[in-house]
Design a binder for this molecule. Structure first.
Ligand code: PGA
Length: 247
């Protein structure tokens, strides 16, 4: 059976590095569960958070890495820089695709950089509202998986994690259904097999308005192994309740 994994994506929160350290300590103090726990603090807080939770059973992830290894890229952070501070990195989050104009070519290069640096990548895929309404969800995620894995050297997916995050469900309080997430997870694994990846070994997380209330649906959903949690991960009690649902 695949290990379950729940990761808090803090995005551009909390306001200060001190707050980030405090939140990380609170998450590290949550009762141990059979699900593996992760947090993705903002880049400026990675070092302080990594120090604060060193030796605890809590994986730290960066929220993004650049597609180049080094050079004249003002404001950017390379996968190599992240190594040592974090166990892994999120790549292809829809907010980064939206705000930084990342297409699948860039996401593919970011994923390849993360894997080459020895980071555990959490690759985000998911359809837009218009694609959802058009009934295109499974086609979209299948296409994204093929495109986003295209720059990987065959057989080098590392410990890939895929997060299925329908864009229309992120931050809207309108999560998908468990059945929809199951169908997406199935399409993701079929596409992974098409890329010669051992899809049964790849955890697929659901993300998009996961809360203590909505999580039950996804904890029961076939093919879903955990969650990538945004807003609700900033409250340790609620995050704890979400983790418990996956235990
Ligand atoms: P949300 O964000 O839980 O606030 O909807 C999820 C994500 O973007 O990873």
């Amino acid at each position: 059976m695949r290990a379950r994994l729940v990761v808090g994506n803090w995005k551009m929160n909390p306001p200060t590095i001190e707050d980030a350290v405090e939140l990380a300590r609170a998450v590290a103090a949550l009762p141990r569960s059979s699900a593996k726990l992760g947090i993705a603090p903002p880049a400026v807080a990675l070092a302080a958070v990594a120090d604060a939770v060193r030796g605890r059973d809590l994986a730290v992830f960066a929220q993004d890495v650049h597609w180049e290894e080094k050079g004249a890229f003002t404001g950017q952070i390379s996968a190599t820089m992240v190594r040592g501070l974090a166990e892994g990195a999120i790549v292809g989050h829809s907010e980064v695709r939206r705000d930084q104009g990342d297409d699948d070519v860039r996401v593919a290069r970011k994923l390849a950089r993360a894997v080459a640096a020895g980071l555990r990548p959490i690759l985000c895929v998911g359809e837009s509202e218009a694609e959802f309404v058009a009934g295109e969800s499974t086609n979209v995620v299948a296409r994204q998986i093929s495109a986003d894995l295209a720059a990987l050297v065959r057989g080098s997916v590392g410990r890939l994690v895929v997060a299925y995050e329908p864009i229309w469900a992120i931050g809207t309080g309108r999560p998908a259904t468990g059945a929809h997430a199951t169908a997406a997870a199935r399409a993701i694994r079929t596409a992974l097999r098409g890329m010669d990846v051992d899809a049964d070994a790849v955890p697929v997380l659901y993300g998009g308005s996961v809360s203590a209330k909505s999580v039950v649906e996804f904890a029961r959903a076939d093919g879903i192994d955990g969650a990538l949690v945004g807003g609700a991960s900033l409250d340790p009690d609620e995050f704890g309740a979400i983790v418990r649902a996956f235990t």
